[in-house]
Design a protein. Structure first.
Length: 283
């Protein structure tokens, strides 16, 4: 019985017309929310502007300008904004791929929609909100003189591999959450340890030597490095990074690692779903 339910869960189909209707309703609801709660919406926008101003003033500090030489002649604010851009992509991909959790398992199980469509629609507002937030970041940064030197091919290649990586991480996170039923250790590690060590908001070079050694073990550190070199310093696929490796080789290694992680994540999620169907969702 559990095996049949599992097959139905992971292989659900929904007519395209119904999916379009649901998408329209979600979009309409999002705009209705903005109109009805416009004060809260305006305050959210103000909070974003204040946040980017904090980043601007932080970037102008003398301390923050240490450790940026590895990225070429870049402003601290450009460094911060590029990191935030990558983080927005990463968080949205992670949220969609880590959609299945113990708390929502019964809803996911009995919904007529496929898992991917559920996850996408559930995060639709967050995706639009984050795109709007990032547009404000770029606009304010442009006013303060930030300019980017983007190598489109390398940046797109890095973004694609990053999406693959966070799909894998999200699948692993969902699977682990279904297996242990309490806590989310993958999410904790991802947004606590990597935020500290991966160079998202400050250069790895300002960390103590022992932390620097740990940071370069993390794939996310390499994501941020290549992303910034390709968006701030126009570094192409066949250019050599400051660490001595060609950009294409680092992207290839990260891509292979991400594919393996996706395979592991799928197996972990499959096992977690089967375990919940056998034993229930209560710990």
């Amino acid at each position: 019985m559990s095996e049949r339910c599992y097959e139905e869960l992971v292989r659900k189909r929904i007519p395209l017309r119904n999916l379009l209707i649901i998408t329209y309703d979600v979009t309409k609801g999002m705009f209705s929310y903005v109109i009805q709660y416009r004060t809260a919406f305006i305050l959210d926008v103000v909070n974003v502007v204040i946040a980017v101003l904090v980043y601007i003033f932080l970037g102008k500090s003398i301390l923050y300008q240490e450790g940026l030489s590895v990225y070429g002649d870049v402003s601290p604010l450009a460094f911060i904004i590029s990191g935030l851009a990558l983080d927005i992509i990463a968080r949205q991909v992670y949220s969609i791929s880590a959609y299945v959790k113990v708390d929502d398992f019964e809803f996911v199980l009995h919904s007529p929609m496929p898992l991917f469509h559920q996850a996408l629609l559930n995060n639709f507002y967050k995706v639009v909100a984050d795109l709007g937030k990032f547009s404000i970041y770029l606009a304010v940064a442009y006013v303060f003189g930030v300019r980017f030197k983007v190598n489109v091919v390398a940046a797109l290649a890095m973004a694609v591999v990053l999406i693959m990586f966070y799909i894998g991480v999200g699948l692993v996170a969902s699977g682990v959450n279904l297996i242990i039923k309490k806590g989310d250790p993958v999410n904790w590690f991802l947004y606590t340890i990597t935020d500290l060590l991966s160079g998202k908001l400050f250069p790895v070079g300002i960390l103590p030597p022992v932390f620097q050694g740990l940071s370069w073990v993390l794939p996310t550190t390499w994501f941020y490095l290549i992303w910034r070199l390709s968006t701030l310093n126009n570094m192409g696929l066949f250019d050599i990074t400051p660490s001595g490796q060609p950009v294409w080789l680092i992207i290839l290694c990260l891509g292979v690692f991400s594919l393996v992680l996706i395979a592991i994540g799928k197996k972990t999620l499959d096992y977690g779903i089967e375990k919940c169907l056998r034993e229930g969702v209560l710990p």
